[in-house]
Design a protein around this ligand. Structure first.
Ligand code: SF4
Length: 455
């Protein structure tokens, strides 16, 4: 029987069993060993794909462990984002302040790498010792003539969501720099698409086939100069709503650019992301190109999915991801493979997100906010999931439980967005769920023995 910490009881809901009143958006309960990362990590995942900027972590070297090499964000050219820089704050700076070291580090890095901008990430210790990072950044900016932006992402000051907000505030400072370059009346900004395994290129290609221009992609394969023209686009198209809605709202307020929320995962949501943009522009040519594109992609894809569905039908899945929008798409995508979602949760979902998850899942599904490894393991056992879909921190949970795992987070190297991504997803899920290796897993053997003591 699962024991849930008293403080977390309202963050877990079983459809058809509990009265619905899920709590979310609050600090993680002490002792829960949350799967969430810190504020700094939230900022870093959002800003990191800006490939022609340097990303300097102002703090002890340990914070700099969140590097490109645990992420799959690709660039079509310059790759400064793959280099990890840290001011390596030590005892001396903790006592006497780290501003001098920060200034020297910035000057040296800018001289060496000639970046288009620099982001300086404030970590916990910087918040504690009180370095005036804004003043140092302003001084360097004046002296070298490129944007040098302090990202106020001190790890202790909230949840990962506060890191997203700090990243949005940093990006906002790069807007409105280019009012000259030509731009189409059908230009959009893509937001919350991080070019993992080249997914931004795939999505850009769909929109371009429809006749829509991408003014900029925040921040996949990002360039500082492109962000500088984003304020002239007609529409912001927001994926990963948890991280980017804040920036979309700021742009709506200042520049009058409306925004829509989309997801590029699964057949329905990918198609809807294209149709919603076509409808926004209310242009017959764009709409007819969209219809042709979707028809052609879906008619190729469906027969191929049928092959995987034969083995996957009736299997059960657990999902635990950063933002809930991805979870919505995964529940639907798994249905296309004949699979049922029995556990679904996220690190940063909002009340509206959980309302929607409740609506689209079956009776008996466990919905959880800001879960921990113990809970997830128990939910997987209780509900008999055959696969856990999550990120790098969830992988060991799946393997210890002796079930399949699909990496759907920033670390992955396989494109799962778009129509071709749906096929890759089916292949990944199929390969892991049907792998013969699980029959040798101690957890599976134990579960089987407990069920049938005479075998
Ligand atoms: S919690 Fe603080 S010390 Fe830890 S990684 Fe985040 S910023 Fe660094």
């Amino acid at each position: 029987m699962l024991e849930i910490l008293q403080e977390r009881k309202l963050q877990v809901f079983e459809k058809g069993v509990d009265e619905y009143a899920i709590e979310c958006g609050k600090a993680s309960a002490a002792g829960s060993v949350s799967q969430r990362a810190c504020v700094f990590c939230g900022s870093r995942v959002v800003l990191y794909p800006v490939a022609d900027a340097i990303h300097l972590v102002h703090g002890p070297i340990g914070c700099a462990a969140y590097t490109w090499d645990i992420r799959g964000s690709m660039s079509s050219g310059v790759e400064l984002h793959r280099l990890s820089f840290s001011t390596d704050i030590q005892e001396n700076e903790v006592i006497y302040g780290g501003e001098k070291k920060l200034y020297a580090s910035l000057m040296e890095l800018i001289e060496e790498y000639k970046p288009a901008a620099a982001f300086v990430y404030c970590t916990c210790i910087i918040g504690l010792i009180g370095d005036d990072v804004d003043a140092v950044c302003a001084r360097v900016e004046r002296e070298v003539g490129i944007p040098v932006i302090a990202v106020h992402s001190e790890g202790f000051k909230g949840t990962k969501k506060d890191g997203y907000r700090a990243a949005c505030e940093a990006l906002f400072k790069l807007l409105d720099k280019d009012n000259e370059s030509p731009i189409s009346p059908y230009a959009i900004n893509i937001m919350g698409e991080f070019n993992l395994a080249g997914e931004t290129w795939l999505i850009k290609d769909y929109y371009q086939k429809m006749g829509v221009e991408i003014a900029t992609c925040f921040t996949g394969d990002g360039r500082v100069s492109e962000i500088g023209r984003a304020h002239r686009a007609k529409l912001n198209v927001v994926q990963c709503a948890g991280s980017m809605t804040y920036l979309a709202k700021m742009m709506q307020e200042k520049y009058g650019i409306p925004f829509i929320r989309v997801s590029y995962f699964g057949i329905e949501d990918m198609s809807k992301a294209l149709y919603d943009v076509a409808e926004f522009f209310n242009n017959e040519t764009i709409m007819s190109r969209t219809q042709n594109l979707v028809r052609s992609e879906v008619s190729k894809l469906l027969p191929e999915l049928e092959e995987y569905k034969k083995d996957l039908a009736g299997r059960k899945a657990a999902i635990y991801v950063g933002g809930s929008f991805k979870a919505f798409s995964l529940v639907k995508a798994l249905r296309h493979l004949g699979m049922e979602t029995v556990v679904v949760g996220s690190q940063t979902g909002s009340p509206e997100d959980y309302d929607y998850l409740k609506e689209i899942t079956n009776e008996g599904t466990i919905i959880c906010d800001d879960s921990n490894p113990l809970e997830l393991s128990r939910f997987i056992l209780e509900k008999g999931a055959d696969i856990l879909i999550g990120g790098v921190k969830e992988r060991p949970i799946a393997y210890k439980m002796g079930i399949g795992f699909c990496d759907h987070n920033h670390e992955r190297k396989i494109a799962l967005a778009g129509f071709s991504g749906m096929l890759n997803f089916a292949k990944e899920v199929h390969a892991t769920v049907t792998s013969p290796v699980w029959k040798f897993s101690p957890a599976r053997i134990k579960a089987k023995t407990e069920k049938n003591p005479n075998t």
